[in-house]
Every structure is written in structure tokens, then in C-alpha cells.
Design a protein. Sequence first.
Length: 319
Amino acid sequence: MAKNGPTIAEIGEFPLIRSLVRDLPSDPAVSLGPGDDGAVFLVDGSAVISTDVLVEGVHFRRSWSGAQDIGRKSVAVNVADIEAMGAAPVAMVIGFSAPADLPVSWAREFMTGLREEAARARVAIVGGDTTAGPVVTVSVTVIGQTAGIAPVRRDGAAPADIVAIKGRLGWAAAGLVVLGRGFRSPRVVVEAQRCPEVAYGAGRQAALAGAHAMIDVSDGLVADLGHIAEASGVAIDIDQARLDIPDPLRTVGMATGLDPITWVLGGGEDHALAATFAVGEVPDDWQVIGRVLDSTEQTEPTVLVDGRPWEHAGGWTHF
């Protein structure tokens, strides 16, 4: 027996699965959950589906994040994509790969995190798969529903639209800098890197308010607004004075000699939502940060900051 209790190899695949999915909360939309060859559930309106893969050493480190944090993050980053379509999450399946010597206790703590964040996001865990692998890898697929309204795509931004965000920017990037230098404070930015704080329900709110285009800010504000600009054939200008630099980011900036605005504009993993709205339609609790230019001001799809190209890194790329 290992120091931290039995490993997943010692307990076996199916006993592990049974222990992890035992007493999962049910949902009225789900008529058949874990335990069969497939789950059965109902959706209202069109179905929206999104998948994310999290790989140890790329998206998280077990030396930096606990199993519970990684479980929560696995749910949050995926549901954020459903939110960005203006849909409501309904059901979720999880693929889990891990080394055979991973302690069962780690897998159970991971499942605790999954359950906690799924409850926050109001999504039902309906099944998944497990397999052996060299590192911990998590694949999460979420299915959402539009419930009578059209999904909000990236290609709907129009000239003179207002650009607004809901959620935090730069916190996870600041946390990554802190962890990369071997520190654990400020704790709030470290926690933001371990698991994002997604504004659940905000995507639906934006869709009901008439959002023209929307995106999950996973790779950086400039980069992700660039996807809206490209898809919509418009130029977007961010007003830097409207961007908040909260005290924890200023503290990390002073300690490291780095400008926190680079995290706000170029840092990913906070999973805020960015959307464009007609004038007068921005929900009250969204933060206006810029506008879509008309064709007399800029003809090429691009993202500007205070009317100029952003000279620093615009966001994360995987390859």
C-alpha cells in the first residue's frame, strides 16, 4: 500500500468509477446518468456542445494546485465556453487519464472539485471514461441549451457597438507569475490561477440583453477580441482607461517590476466574457471597455488599444 493510501491501479478501474460517481446529484433533464453505455437527457431548443482538454504540465501542475482545484478548474473552463454562446449548461461528461500509481485519494479529491464546481455552474455530471496515461489528463465535454433564443456567435459585432466585459482580467496571469517565482502570495491571484472565477449565468444574461457577439476570454483580451474582429470583419478599440487594475495586480507588478496592464490585456485563464452590444443595451453590471469602430475609422479587422496596435503579447497560443 502506498504512503497516501491505495493507488488507482490497486483499487481497479470499475471500483474507482463506482466510488467517484456514487450519489451524484440528479437533474430533471437527465433520465439516465452514469452506469450505462451512454447518458440520456433532454435539451430545450438547440444544443450547444464544447470540449476542453487539460494536460498536466501544460494547463496545471500538481505541485501548484490541489486535486480539488484541478477538478473545479476542469468544469469552469469548459462551462465558460457554453456561457459565451449565450446558452445554459445542462450535462457534462469527463474523460480522465492518469498514471497507475496515482493515489485513489487524489482522484477522490479531484471528483470533489468537479462536484462543487458543477453545482455552482448548475450542470449535471452524466458520465465519462477513465484510462491509464503518463500524466493526469482531463477532457471535459459540456452540452448546453439555448432555450428559445439564438446562440450568440463571434461574427455578429457591428460598427458602433459597445464592447463590454463581465468577470476578472489579469488575475490568473499574475498568479502564474507569482507561482513561477516560487511564491504563494498574494493568495487571491494564486487562487485565480488554480481555478478561475466564472460569472455563471452572465452569458445567458448577455444573450437576453441582445448581445451581437460574445467570446470567452481564455487566451487574453486582445487575442480573443481579435477573434470577434476577424469573424465579424470589424475593428475594435479598447479604452485602456476603462480597464481596472485591482490592488493585488498592482502589488505583484511592484514586486516583479512588470506592468500589470500586460496581464489585463494579454493574460488568459480568467475566463471572463467579452461581448458587443448595441448602444443602450449593455447590462448594468457589465463593464464597458471600448467600442467597435465604423468603416470610416478603420477598415481592416483588428484590435487597437487607445487607437494604436498593442505592441506586447496579445495572448496565449498552444503551438
